[in-house]
Design a protein around this ligand. Structure first.
Ligand code: KG4
Ligand code: ZN
Length: 332
């Protein structure tokens, strides 16, 4: 079954052709970061307008690179939530339009389910049940993936998402948006123990909190000024350590308490080098298997939406022309 996945929920216009929910034939991502960078974050209205410009060329490119035409496609999968409403509407209306024009079926896919199931595109992929930590710009949520379509939220951030903490900290440091990658790169040459930033591990549960960390970075800067040179490397490394420490601890603790042996990290922040290393290290110490998607599958892409759409289709979900975009769609 050939699925064309379409993703426009935030600031990436992306399309991919995936066979049987496992094999990527093409995966095209057009990012808008250069447009939003000057505003220090995603401007929803600009995002929607640019999706309109990019969506057809990106779809066309995905089909061309796969060596396919629309005729060959069996199912159109499109992100219908969660995300920015105007941005979601672009993808959804395109999918409906193509479905109407070609007679091909379409299905609405959940963006978070896409992140969680992107790991299916690895050859050595875990089958459910597994524990999946989605860490992105908008979400930091821990899910028990009991089966496809059967998800239980077992922990989440009480305030900022991990990616948001990265982006806000980068802004305080005068680094470009999105801040994850620049901080990750600067941290490579820094001392992780230079500054002991606070770790919020709220209670005996699997929730996390990052607003205190962000405030602590702010206080540090107010006291010492915006760091430069080695001090900047050290601050980035220390901040990164605080984020990775908390997330990896909670993930492993949840696995042990809930009896999971397979762990998955996903979402844009799963591209982070220290978070990957620490999760792997702590999981392996306890005999757990840590699955890490390659970086291109961590950040938003169309292939993960094709997988989520394929699985939704297999469990009987069908899109119809009344399907509405749901900016706050909760998967559980
Ligand atoms: O999943 P994603 O592409 O979009 C959302 O659904 O939000 O995630 C984007 C987030 C941004 O906050 C970005 O700063 C963060 O992922 N990110 C990283 C890294 N690469 C991207 N955070 C930490 N380290 C990275 N290497
Ligand atoms: Zn995402």
């Amino acid at each position: 079954m050939l699925v064309l996945g379409l993703e426009t929920s935030c600031d990436e216009t992306a399309a991919a052709v995936v066979e049987d929910g496992r094999r990527v034939l093409s995966d095209v991502v057009s990012t808008q970061v250069d447009i939003h960078r000057r505003w220090g974050g995603v401007v929803p209205e600009l995002a929607s307008r640019n999706h309109i410009v990019q969506v057809m060329p990106v779809l066309h490119e995905a089909l061309t690179r796969a060596g396919k035409t629309l005729d060959d496609i069996d199912l159109l999968a499109v992100t219908s939530g969660p995300g920015l409403i105007g941005a979601l509407l672009v993808g959804l209306q395109v999918a409906k339009g193509l479905s109407l024009a070609t007679g091909k079926p379409f299905v609405g896919a959940n963006h978070l389910e896409g992140h969680l199931l992107a790991i299916r595109l690895l050859e050595d992929a875990p089958a459910p049940p597994f524990l999946g930590l989605v860490v992105s710009g908008g979400h930091t949520s821990l899910y028990e993936v009991r089966d496809y379509g059967n998800y239980r939220l077992v922990g989440r951030t009480r305030d900022d998402a991990a990616g948001e903490a990265y982006d806000k900290t980068a802004r305080l440091l005068g680094l470009p948006y999105p801040g994850g990658q620049p901080i990750d790169e600067l941290a490579q040459k820094g001392d992780r123990e230079a500054i002991r930033f606070p770790r919020a591990l709220p209670g005996d549960n699997f929730d996390v909190s990052f607003s205190g960390l962000k405030t602590s970075v702010l206080h540090h800067i107010q006291k010492h000024g915006v760091p430069e040179g080695q001090a900047l490397h050290d601050l980035c490394a220390s901040f990164q350590e605080a984020v990775a420490d908390v997330l990896s601890k909670k993930l492993v603790a949840a696995a042990r308490r809930l009896g999971h042996t397979q762990l998955v990290l996903c979402g844009g922040v799963a591209a982070n080098s220290r978070l990957r290393a620490l999760c792997k290290e702590r999981a392996e110490e306890r005999g757990l298997r840590m699955f890490l998607p390659p970086v291109r599958l961590c950040t938003d892409n169309g292939a993960m939406i094709a997988v989520a759409g394929y699985e939704a289709w297999r469990r009987g979900l069908r899109g119809d022309f009344r399907l509405a975009a749901d900016p706050a769609w909760r998967m559980e």
